[in-house]
Design a protein around this ligand. Structure first.
Ligand code: FES
Length: 148
């Protein structure tokens, strides 16, 4: 175990099981060098190859009965549940087509609700102010991965 020398003590806050936080001071001579720290135990699953989701495209998927879709725009991939907040039905009428004519907003084909691609927030239509459910996603080694 490595120890830092000549650095000031640090304060560490830890949550208790009851939701309270405890803070304590650790002298510099006693704390280890921490190079990585995470509390995220989310398991990521491969959705598709990025090759199958080219820039500017959208694609729908059925994950064991749960419909989702992915949007690849401006170098970023966003994945949402395919479930319009207006009536709780899938957004698309034509397979793999989730964007409006401008290609800048997600559109529900049923009543025309428009959603921001970055956040899924509805900015026009019968569910204005509501949002699509966004899934945690990442692109690693040419694969789009999501948390289920
Ligand atoms: S079902 Fe999507 S806008 Fe009505």
């Amino acid at each position: 175990m490595n120890f830092l020398c000549g650095t000031p003590p640090i304060t560490v806050a830890c949550p208790s099981p009851e939701g309270h936080f405890f803070a304590f001071l650790i002298p510099a001579s006693r704390y280890p060098v921490v190079t990585g720290f995470t509390t995220d135990y989310t398991v990521m699953h491969t959705l598709c190859s990025l090759h199958d989701l080219p820039e500017g495209s959208t694609k729908g998927f059925d994950l064991d009965g749960t419909p989702v879709f992915a949007v690849h725009l401006a170098g970023k991939v966003h994945v949402y549940r395919n479930h319009c907040p207006h009536l709780g039905i899938p957004l698309e009428w034509v397979p793999d087509q989730f964007l409006d004519v401008t290609g800048t907003l997600i559109q529900c084909a049923s009543h025309g609700a428009l959603f921001l691609i970055e956040s899924g927030r509805c900015v026009a239509g019968p569910c204005t102010g509501q949002s699509l459910k966004k899934l945690l996603s990442e692109v690693v080694d040419g694969e789009v991965r999501i948390a289920l």
